[in-house]
Ligand binder design. Structure first.
Ligand code: NAD
Ligand code: MG
Length: 383
């Protein structure tokens, strides 16, 4: 029986992780649950999965849960979250945003398998996460569907040295605005941006998908996970979301991974690796699948993609600035404070102020995040 900590258990990835665990009761047990503030959902999860401890981000939510379960250990705050990320065999980081960084670092420091959905921690903390991974040899199994696909394509090809890889080809659905004009993009509403054509996800990543920042973040994620230089990472728009990514080798042979867009497959892969799970997710109906399309992304209409390449190539704390500016801009868009087209503008203008500090220790990342958030907030106030 493998014990699992599901951190971010009430979100899109968290609840789908619990679906996978529910389908494999012989193999997995839930040791820890963590979430932000949604008491009712967590209470139901505790009743069903009977974890030994629960961590809430919100102190009031923590007290409410404590009062309902006598023998359960219930905590709140960053330190408790860090501790929770060291206590199970597998740590699923399904928290959204920069708040997931302590989990990533703590799980890797403890030498645990990290099933990583929280890409923001890897993007913001890249150089520091790299050092921890090197010193502890802890493994990250990506949950992000593209990176799970790449992980599968790279397996068994003798590519540990990456010498036989010519290119990583990340596929992108193109989001809901792929065919919209400049004028239409100026009128985008929150509702439009939250209406993703192929995936049903949490609000932050859904907006990121609409601006293509999600793909930008994934370029940096791929670089960090697989150690492939940026010039060898390309994006291909593939509206059907069936091919989840591809690897082109130096002999021009291409290996792709295909399945229906169902996140339970990558989650199951990360939990079961190196085996494969019995339960099946995302089975393709080959009779109804009549075409797969591929096209170039439009970087002029979706500037977030180039901004991410730029920040990734600068490296050090620049990706932390990119990530922080994006989180602030997306939050402000969701609150109705800025227009959709201003998301990239805020990020660009924040990156222009980037101080180029090195990312040597954890605190350098927190400092960069804090500074970039303050600058992005100031830019938004002036808009
Ligand atoms: P979501 O908004 O649906 O869920 C986020 C979860 O994190 C919730 O359980 C929330 O309570 C919890 N949370 C937020 N702040 C917290 C904190 N400080 N401490 C503890 N818990 C906290 O988000 P999501 O769509 O499930 O995405 C989660 C992560 O997975 C993101 O990094 C996203 O980019 C990545 N991801 C998601 C998908 C998807 O299909 N949803 C696909 C690929 C990658
Ligand atoms: Mg993805």
């Amino acid at each position: 029986m493998t014990s699992v900590a599901v951190l971010g258990s009430t979100g899109s990835i968290g609840t789908q992780t619990l679906d996978v665990i529910r389908s494999n009761p012989e193999d997995f047990s839930v040791e820890v649950l963590a979430a932000g503030s949604s008491v009712d959902s967590v209470v139901k999860q505790i009743e069903e999965f009977k974890p030994s401890s629960v961590v809430m981000a919100n102190a009031e939510a923590c007290e409410k849960i404590k009062s309902e379960f006598d023998s359960l250990q219930v905590y709140h705050g960053k330190e408790s979250l860090e501790k929770a990320a060291t206590e199970s065999d597998i740590i699923v980081n399904a928290i959204v945003g920069f708040a997931g960084l302590p989990v990533t670092l703590s799980a890797l420091n403890a030498g645990k398998r990290l099933a990583l959905a929280n890409k923001e921690s890897l993007i913001a903390g890249g150089p520091v996460v790299r050092k921890v991974r090197e010193s502890t040899n802890a493994e990250i199994i990506p949950v992000d569907s593209e990176h799970c696909a790449l992980h599968q394509c790279l397996r068994g090809n003798g590519v540990n040295s990456n010498r036989s890889v010519k290119k990583l080809l990340l596929t992108a659905s193109g989001g809901p605005f792929r065919e919209w004009t400049h004028d239409q993009l100026k009128q985008v509403t929150v509702e439009d941006a939250l209406n993703h054509p192929t995936w049903n996800m949490g609000p932050k990543i859904t907006v990121d998908s609409s601006t293509l920042m999600n793909k930008g973040l994934e370029i940096i994620e791929a670089h960090e996970l697989f150690g492939i230089p940026y010039r060898q990472i390309d994006v291909v728009v593939h509206p059907q979301s069936i091919v989840h990514s591809m690897v082109e080798f130096i002999d021009s042979s291409v290996i792709a991974q295909l399945s229906m867009p169902d996140m339970r497959l990558p989650i199951s892969y990360a939990l079961q690796y190196p085996e494969r799970g019995q339960a099946s997710w995302g089975e393709i109906d080959w009779k109804s699948l009549n075409r797969l399309d591929f096209e170039k992304p439009n970087e002029e209409m979706f500037p977030c993609l180039s901004l991410a390449y730029e920040a990734g190539q600068i490296g050090e704390t620049a990706p932390a600035w990119l990530n922080a500016a994006n989180e602030i801009a997306v939050e402000s868009f969701l609150e109705g404070l800025i227009a959709w087209t201003q998301i990239s503008e805020v990020i660009q203008r924040t990156l222009n102020e980037c101080d180029g500090n090195l990312a040597e220790v954890e605190n350098d990342i927190y400092a960069a995040d804090e500074k970039a958030r303050a600058i992005a907030t100031e830019i938004i106030e002036k808009l």
